[in-house]
Design a protein around this ligand. Structure first.
Ligand code: NAD
Length: 476
């Protein structure tokens, strides 16, 4: 077999500063109490930068800046002028895409081919898409002249740092709101580069504020009385705590939480195509995907064939340096996440499921986990019920479409699902019965700014993306 030669992307395209302040009212400022934390490259454990930790005074300052910008500038600006800023930001993201992609891969651990070909293009597309809406809000189906809400507090996770920022900031700004966003503590760097892009675009001061910090900073932000809207993406536990904190206030809330999606393969599906979809469904972004196809439901009559092909395909996956353009699976985002994946996979083996990984050499430094599948999984196993958020697939079988629906829906989550079959009628029959916000047919993990995304049940409420995504930021 021919080996791939190393094809590393140069990290010199991005200039990482030794330390970063908070981005408040159009400028980088020191935190009031001077606290800080480190952002680490998960592939090497190298410290990338020292990041300011926002405390309650900083959050207050950011919310006030956002309020002032809302009342004096942004909330009064005609939509066509807001659109110009959003188009400008979108173009700057495209211009600086290589820099953003390298920084995202360094801070998050995701392969450069994903940050370069998926994350960053989708980020730009989101800003372009919502820029187009800014002067057409009266045609979005929410009345002739819908009004913004005011100041939005936005808290995002670490798995798609810049993409989750775009999902939050683009519709909020298009609708006329101003924002205070808190990126995740392990991946703050691209949000801070985005703040520089806001400066470069001459966005009026205070329209976008970035307050870095951990859970406590997030909690202070969502609980701040000066906030009109809270948008959160992250774990179901934190989502619950936020829903409790916001209950009884006038704040509007959207929650995008966890998932445990079923990827369902019928006996008439083209096996090679389905296997590509299974691999993409669970190994894309190291499985750190809320809508990952983490439960494979395969029809019993083709289970052996599908598993044999899947194992052959998995043996081809290259795990390693995220900056290498040939890498398929990068680093696990943090030591804490690696520990959680290990704990759940050990529980899977202890509960009697059979574990398999292809032979693969993992780098010595950094946080790594080999792509893994479990067969002989039953509905009762923790690995079939709990979100692992890593490159781990639980395989279950079914005999009839009704059994597939029952097993797929047997979860507290309801974010996404996949169906693989040649029959259009079966796709529609299944999609009608699956309790999932997104159902992909003969594909998986496809995203588009025009298409709404969101969950049922414990996967949260509200939709992001598309015309529907505007509703969360309008007084309707
Ligand atoms: P997390 O809930 O621990 O953290 C998410 C964010 O919330 C971080 O910025 C964190 O600092 C902040 N936070 C923590 N405690 C808080 C509190 N009490 N109040 C306010 N903010 C707080 O989740 P995570 O580990 O960063 O992300 C993984 C989870 O995110 C997974 O469960 C995944 O499914 C989910 N996710 C969902 C979507 C979606 O669109 N549905 C997208 C990506 C990730």
């Amino acid at each position: 077999m021919f080996e791939y030669a190393p094809a590393p992307e140069s990290r010199s395209v991005v200039d990482i500063k030794p330390s970063y302040g908070l981005f408040i009212d159009g400028a980088f400022v020191d935190p009031a109490d001077g606290g800080s934390f480190k952002s680490v490259n998960p592939a090497s454990e190298e410290v990338l930068a020292e990041i300011a930790e926002g405390g309650s005074q900083d959050v207050d300052r950011a919310v006030r800046a956002a309020r002032k910008a809302y009342e004096k500038v942004w909330g009064r600006m005609p939509g066509r002028d807001r659109a110009k800023y959003l188009f400008r930001i979108a173009r700057l993201i495209q211009e600086r895409s290589r820099e953003l992609a390298v920084l995202e891969s360094l801070d998050n651990g995701k392969p450069i081919k994903e940050s370069r070909d998926v994350d960053i293009p989708l980020v730009a597309a989101h800003f372009f898409y919502y820029a187009g809406w800014a002067d057409k809000l009266g045609h979005a189906g929410f009345g002739p002249d819908p009004k913004p809400l005011g100041v939005a507090a936005q808290v995002i996770p670490w798995n798609f740092p810049l993409l989750m920022l775009a999902w939050k900031i683009a519709p909020a700004l298009a609708a006329g709101n101003t924002v205070v966003l808190k990126p995740a503590e392990t991946t703050p760097l691209t949000a801070l580069l985005f703040a520089e892009i806001c400066q470069q675009a001459d966005l009026p001061a205070g329209v976008v504020n970035i307050v870095t910090g951990a859970g406590e900073t997030g909690r202070t932000l969502v609980e701040h009385p000066g906030v009109d809207k809270v948008a959160f993406t992250g774990s179901t536990d934190v989502g619950r705590a936020i829903a409790r904190a916001v209950a009884g206030s006038r704040k509007k809330l959207t929650l995008e939480l966890g998932g445990k999606a079923a990827n369902i393969v019928f006996d008439d599906a083209p096996v090679d195509q389905a296997v590509e979809g299974i691999v993409n469904g669970i190994f894309f972004n190291q499985g750190h995907v809320c809508c990952a196809g983490s439960r494979l439901l395969v029809q019993e009559s083709v289970a052996d064939q599908v598993l044999e092909s899947l194992k052959r395909r998995m043996a081809q996956l290259r795990v390693g340096d995220p900056l290498d353009k040939n890498t398929d699976i990068g680093a696990i985002n943090s030591a804490a996440q690696l520990a959680r994946i290990r704990e759940l996979t050990e529980a899977g083996a202890a509960e009697g499921a059979q574990r398999w990984s292809p032979p693969c050499e993992l780098p010595e430094r950094g946080f790594w986990f080999a792509p893994t599948i479990f067969t002989g999984v039953t509905q009762a196993h923790r690995i079939a019920r709990e979100e692992i958020f890593g490159p781990v697939l639980s395989v279950l079988t079914f005999r009839t479409p009704a059994e597939a629906v029952e097993k797929a829906n047997n979860t507290p989550y309801g974010l996404s699902a996949g169906i693989w079959t040649e029959k259009g009628s079966r796709i529609l029959w299944m999609a009608d019965r699956l309790r999932a916000g997104v159902v992909w047919a003969n594909t998986f993990n496809k995203f588009d700014p025009t298409s709404p995304f969101g969950g049922y049940k414990e996967s949260g409420y509200g939709r992001e993306g598309g015309r529907h995504g505007l509703e969360a930021y309008l007084n309707v």
